[in-house]
Design a protein around this ligand. Structure first.
Ligand code: GLN
Ligand code: ZN
Length: 768
């Protein structure tokens, strides 16, 4: 190790969780919305959280703290404000009151739609999509960035402002309403760069030595034109004289063709991800001849999972990197926004497992340790390395991570297990005979309204005000109501309504061995919505049936088929923290085998229709298209493994929401489900067309009731959509259902909407 090059390696982070140890920010913002918290009090809470975060980072040994990564709602929305890209419809609100106008853009008002929200790359964080058009005029507003940097400097910290970079900002934008769909926001680059220049100049004047520009969009497939735009952007920004030093940060994977572009750019630093798919950056960097004259911020600690780092391995990576850049600093791979705050607050987690967990605070300590090892030599962190090795070994050797029975079952899986015993056409005939359904059968997606009474029942159970028996009685009462309503409404395939489920992933995670729940593991999903993803910690097994008693109870109340309802393996992974000590495909297979037992038990209990939801199949698609095939291979296999063990005359349904299915049509076919229900009401049944064009041979239920709105569709409206569906899908294969589950809706609207839906099905049926 060349100690001279390592001199002064430092630790830093790209960004930090915003919410506070007890989600103080959420409470303050929601209080502000309700009028219970004043604007000044909200600002004071926010400033206090920033202060506490910086202090904590500095105390743990971080030299340069991120500033401006804090947000009242979303950092992409903050960027839109910074560049003056406020949609016309919100301008008056923003001018009247900047804070209220900001929240109006985020959440909408009585009359004005909010900005659209979508997922931030392949994370579960959602950002607000910038709306741009040929008439967009950018203007610089650096006030927030300057103020937050000022706060950090005043407290004695070295602050590094973090901005969304101009290329990523434009690539994440979409054409504003009324602008042609073909408009490419990237064509606005020349207009945007002067605004960034102004912000950089303001930040320099305010005392910034470095500014970080986040360009995660460059780890996705990018066209030569887009790479040229990136080259131009950083050539122009680099050429500015009145600016701080620039650190261009990439994360969420491998830069690929964008690496030489950034390596050549006249900026002073680059941050690269060396975890997961980003590991390839190491060879790419060597091939590009390294980063002569530049600072490299090495993301060696995974910023998205909850596991301790392999410090020895990271030290080896860092040692290699030392030869490839002028200065190497150590960081997590991305902002720590995507992990919970502090693993030591998890008191209920088994003490052995606790040693394996690293949330934001622990990851911060890890990068500090690694920076020290890099600067002072591995001997200086010998104790930490030894403890880390012991913790990692305890994980490898643990009975939780290695259950021989689960391993054996997984190893014994054959192709045949992932295949139904008869092809679809023959199954369809058998199912028709068994179920005796009318043409255009009606059904729902699973959940019925989660009422205040149900939430109270769960709270009462947790608080010990009622026992398990009392709780079960309340759930049964709800099931009786749901079944009796559906019978009266004339629905053909009933559901039990999922009243016992707090959440479609957590409910199963709580019952599977190998899955952990956290008490305080909150991460931001969007705005003030935080979720606590469960942790896939060990080998997965199912000690007991999870849903059979509720489905059977529902079935005992009616002669119509009751559809069993499960969350599929891919969605179970997508909405959890996954293991990093085995391939995702193996974890998926274990979850699939556990769910398969449940599917088989539902069938054995008399179930003739079973639905396995996979709403996350599309959203977990890897960022690079070269990785799609491998992902879809194991993802669809896991689904087929879950459902492959039932009789031909048992009907398997699946369900997906979110309207973009274009690039996974083949995968949808590969699931080999008998029936698929999809979101379609808003896009006028477009998905039915797409599936038909792709030659999809099975039954389809494109939603005819938009459940994202309290609006009740009339029977005529639903019938019109159904007729539209019939143009693409023949009547023998068309189902009638809402877009998604009804859990967020109220009973009165659900009642009328479903009655209208049945009326529409009857009317269209009678005309066939
Ligand atoms: N069965 C689930 C429900 O109805 C499906 C939810 C979803 O697709 N997100 O609530
Ligand atoms: Zn859905």
């Amino acid at each position: 190790m060349t100690t001279s090059a390592a001199a002064g390696a430092r630790a830093t982070v790209h960004g930090y969780p915003r919410q506070g140890p007890n989600r103080e920010l959420k409470k303050a913002i929601e209080g502000y919305w309700k009028g219970r918290v004043g604007a000044d009090a909200l600002r004071e809470t926010a400033a206090g959280l920033r202060r506490a975060n910086w202090q904590q980072l500095a105390d743990s040994g971080i030299h340069e703290v991120p500033t401006g990564d804090f947000s009242y709602y979303d950092h992409v929305l903050d960027t839109s404000v910074m560049v003056g890209a406020v949609p016309d419809r919100h301008r008056a609100d923003v001018e009247a009151d900047a804070l209220d106008g900001y929240f109006a853009m985020a959440r909408g008002t009585q009359d004005l739609a909010p900005l659209e929200m979508t997922k931030w790359f392949d994370t579960n964080y959602h950002y607000l999509v910038p709306e741009l058009g040929p008439d967009t005029v950018f203007t610089a507003d650096s006030a927030k960035q300057v103020a937050e940097l000022g706060e950090a400097l005043a407290l004695g910290h070295t602050g590094r402002p973090v901005l969304v970079g101009p290329i990523t900002y434009l690539l994440l934008a979409k054409p504003a309403p009324g602008v042609s769909a073909g408009f490419e926001p990237l064509t606005l680059l020349d207009r945007l760069l002067p605004v960034y220049a102004e912000v950089l100049s303001d930040l320099r004047a305010a005392g910034a030595q470095w500014v970080q520009l986040d360009e995660p969009a460059l780890v996705q497939d990018r066209s030569p034109a887009e790479l040229n735009a990136a080259a131009r952007a950083y050539r122009d920004l680099g050429a500015l004289t009145d600016r701080p030093q620039l650190l261009v940060a990439s994360y969420f994977g491998r830069l690929g063709d964008a690496l030489p572009v950034l390596a050549k750019a006249p900026v002073e630093g680059l941050a690269l991800d060396f975890t997961g798919a980003g590991a390839a950056n190491l060879d790419d960097l060597a091939a590009a001849g390294g980063l002569r004259g530049k600072r490299l911020v090495a993301g060696v600690v995974d910023g998205r999972n909850v596991w301790i780092n392999d410090l020895g391995r990271s030290m080896a990576t860092l040692a290699t990197l030392l030869g490839l850049a002028d200065r190497v600093d150590v960081a997590p791979s991305c902002s720590l926004l995507h992990v919970p705050l502090d693993a030591t607050t998890e008191r209920d987690v088994d003490t052995q497992v606790a040693r394996w967990l690293a949330f934001a605070r622990q990851k911060t300590s890890e990068v500090v340790t690694l920076a020290r090892g890099l600067t002072e030599g591995a001997e200086s962190i010998a104790a930490q390395l030894a403890a880390n090795r012991a913790d990692l070994l305890s994980r490898v050797g643990s009975a939780l991570t290695h259950d021989p029975a689960v391993r054996a079952r997984s190893a014994a899986v054959t192709q045949a297990d992932a295949r139904r015993s008869l092809p679809y056409a023959e199954r369809a005939t058998a199912q028709r005979a068994r179920l005796g359904l009318p043409l255009l059968p009606t059904t729902t997606i699973g959940s019925f309204p989660q009422t205040a009474e149900l939430r109270t029942a769960r709270a009462d159970l947790r608080a010990g005000r009622i026992g398990a028996e009392g709780y079960d009685e309340r759930i049964e009462a709800e099931i009786r109501e749901v079944i009796s309503f559906q019978e009266k409404a004339g629905i053909d395939v009933l559901v039990h309504g999922e009243p016992e489920r707090n959440d479609m992933v957590q409910y199963f995670a709580e019952q599977l061995t190998g899955y952990l729940a956290t008490q305080h593991g909150w991460v931001q999903s969007y705005g003030t919505r935080y979720v606590r993803p469960p942790i896939l910690a060990g080998d997965i097994s199912r000690p007991e049936p999870m849903t059979v008693r509720w489905t059977s109870y529902a079935q005992s109340l009616t002669d119509r088929p009751v559809k069993g309802m499960l969350t599929g393996p891919v969605t179970m992974l997508a909405w959890s923290f996954v293991r990093d000590d085995q391939p995702l495909a193996e974890t998926a297979r274990q979850v699939a085998l556990a769910l398969r037992e449940e599917v088989n038990d539902l069938e054995a209990a008399g179930g003739s229709v079973i639905q396995v939801d996979e709403p996350a199949l599309r959203e977990t698609l890897p960022l690079r298209s070269a990785d799609h095939e491998a992902y879809l291979y194991w993802a669809t296999e896991a689904f087929r493994l879950t459902t492959g063990g039932v009789r031909p005359d048992t009907q398997i349904h699946t369900h997906m929401c979110y309207a973009e299915f274009g690039d996974i049509l083949q995968a949808i076919d590969d699931l080999d489900a008998d029936v698929i229900s999809l979101e379609a009401a808003r896009s006028h049944m477009q998905v039915a067309d797409e599936l038909a064009t792709a030659g999809y041979p099975r039954e389809v239920g494109p939603g005819v009731y938009d459940i994202h709105s309290p609006r009740v569709p009339s029977a005529d409206e639903a019938a019109t959509l159904l007729r539209k569906g019939l143009e693409a899908i023949p009547a023998e294969r068309l189902w009638v259902n809402p877009d998604c589950g009804l859990k967020t809706r109220g009973w009165p609207e659900v009642r009328t909407s479903l009655e209208n839906l049945v009326a529409a099905a009857r009317e269209v049926r009678s005309g066939i």
